[in-house]
Ligand binder design. Sequence first.
Ligand code: HGY
Ligand code: MN
Ligand code: MN
Length: 416
Amino acid sequence: MNREPIIPHNFQQTFEARIEALGRISEAEDNLVRPSFTPAMRQVNTLVGEWMRAAGMTVREDNIGNLIGRYESSMPNAKTLVIGSHLDTVKDAGRYDGTLGVLLGLACVEALAREGRRLPFAIEVIAFSDEEGLRFHLPYLGSKTIAGVLSAEDLQRRDENGISIRDAVREYGGNPDLISADRKVSDDLIGYLEVHIEQGPLLESLGLPIGIVTAIAGMNRVQITFKGEAGHAGTVPMHLRRDTLVAAAKFIAAVEQVGLMTEGLVATVGQIEALPGASNAIPGKVTISLDVRHQDDTTRLNAVDALYREAQQIGQHSRVDVAWEQIAESMSIPCSPQLIEMLSQAAEDEKITPYFLSSGAGHDAVQMSRLAPSAMIFVRCRGGISHNPAEYASSIDAEAALKVLIRAVTGYEQGV
Ligand code: HGY
Ligand code: MN
Ligand code: MN
C-alpha cells in the first residue's frame, strides 16, 4: 500500500492564513462578496494561481475564468483526477464556502510535491468560476463549461446592469466563442472529488469532523414576476387595486406552507424587488426568486407544479398577471458508490467513523458527475451556519479532511 504523504506540521497555520487572505478579497468594503468576472475574482485567481505554481503545478485560466492547476503524472498520457470547488461567493458570504475545497485540493498536491511523489494519474485542482449564480442568477457557469453543457443561450443572460455573460467574459479577458472548446471529456478523467463545508448542523451534532456525501439534492431556480398597476397610495380604494406586493406576499406564504407540508422539501424566496419602490405608491411590478429542492426529483417537481398553479390562482384573484420563468434546474445526483467506498475506507484508516449524509446544497460536483464518478467530503460547520459571515470550519477539521483526501487520492487505483 502506498505510504500516504505526511501532512506538513504547519498545515493548520497555512490554511488559516490563506482563508484570512482570501476572505479579505471582496467587491464590497463592509462584507465578503465575490461575483464572477470582477476585479475580486481576478485577485483571488491570481493569488491562488501563485500558490499552485509554487506547488509545482502548471496554471491556466480557461475562457469562463476557471482557474486550473495541473500536477503531472509519472506516466505519459495519463488520465486525470480533478479535485475542485469554487472561489466565487454569495452576498455577505462566509469565508469557507467553496474556498475550503480549493485550498484542500491545493494542499493535497503540496503534500505530494513536497515528497516529490507523482501518481499514475495527473491531478487538476480547479477553482470553478461562478458556482453560486449570484451575478447572473444562473449557477455553475464554470463547472457547466467543463462539463460541456453551458449553452450559447445561457451566455445571453444579463446581470442587473444589463451586462450579458458573453460581454462580462470578454471584459474579463476570456473569449466567449471558445468556451465550448474548454470542455473536458469523460475518457480523460478518472474521477472528481470535492471537499466542502457542510453548511448544515449534522456533523457538529454528532461530534464528527467530516462526513461522506451520498447524494446532492435536485434544485429548481425560478424567477416570478407579478404585474399589476402602480397607483397613488392615498387615492385608490382597496377594492380597486391591482397590488402586486400583496399578491407576492400571499404567494410567499404559500411557498412556506408547501415547504412545511412536504417532508424533506425546502422552498425559499430569497430575492424580491418591488417597483416603483416608493412608500406612497402601490407596487405595480414585483419580481421574486424561488428556490425549491428535494432529494427526490418527483417530489420536487410536484411541489414546483403546485406552486406554479398557486401563483396563477393568486394572480387571478388579485387581478395581476404572473410570469413564471425557470432559470435553472438540476436533477438530484447520487455520488459514485466506488468513490464513497474509497473515502469511507480512507476515513476508517484515519480512525474516523465514516458518516454518510446527503447534501441539500448544490455543488460543482452536480455538473462534474456528468463527466466522471464524483464524490464529496463534508467538513463540520460551526452551528450549521453558512451563506453568512459567521460561517466557520476549524483548521483541525480541515486537516482531518485533508488526511482522508490524501489517503483516498494516493490509494486510487481505479481507472488508471
Ligand atoms: O445554492 C447552493 O446550494 C450553493 O450554495 N450554490
Ligand atoms: Mn454557496
Ligand atoms: Mn459552495
